[in-house]
Design a protein around this ligand. Structure first.
Ligand SMILES: [Zn+2]
Length: 113
């Protein structure tokens, strides 16, 4: 499962940051997930619960922020949102493959104590 390895690397970062902060518990973890990242949020939640068991992050709240995909149309110089990997500009109807956002998967913040 794709989400398991993604979650493992996110969790490694979380635990490392918690350790640096001298924290014993992680309360909440916020992640930004792009609409085209290929990550299924429910699967990520499931992976998190399995991987965090027995670590200071066990029982932490996983908050997922969805980032919509945004493409750039070079012909009309504007950015538009889409939900698919190949999108058509709403103005000139040319296809655009210039993805500006939507593939991210990053840790944005952490609450620990
Ligand atoms: Zn266009």
């Amino acid at each position: 499962m794709h989400e398991l390895s993604i979650m493992q690397s996110a969790l490694d970062q979380v635990l490392e940051k918690a350790r640096q902060a001298g924290a014993s518990r992680v309360h909440a973890i916020r992640l930004r997930i792009g609409a085209l990242s290929g990550v299924v949020p429910d699967a990520l939640q499931f992976a998190f619960e399995a991987l965090a068991a027995g670590t200071p992050a066990q029982g932490a709240q996983l908050l997922i922020e969805d980032v919509p995909a945004r493409f750039w149309c070079a012909a009309c110089s504007h950015e538009f949102e889409a939900t698919r990997m190949f999108a058509e500009c709403p103005d000139c109807h040319r296809p655009s493959a210039e993805l500006r956002a939507g593939r991210e998967m990053e840790l944005t913040s952490l609450e620990v104590d």
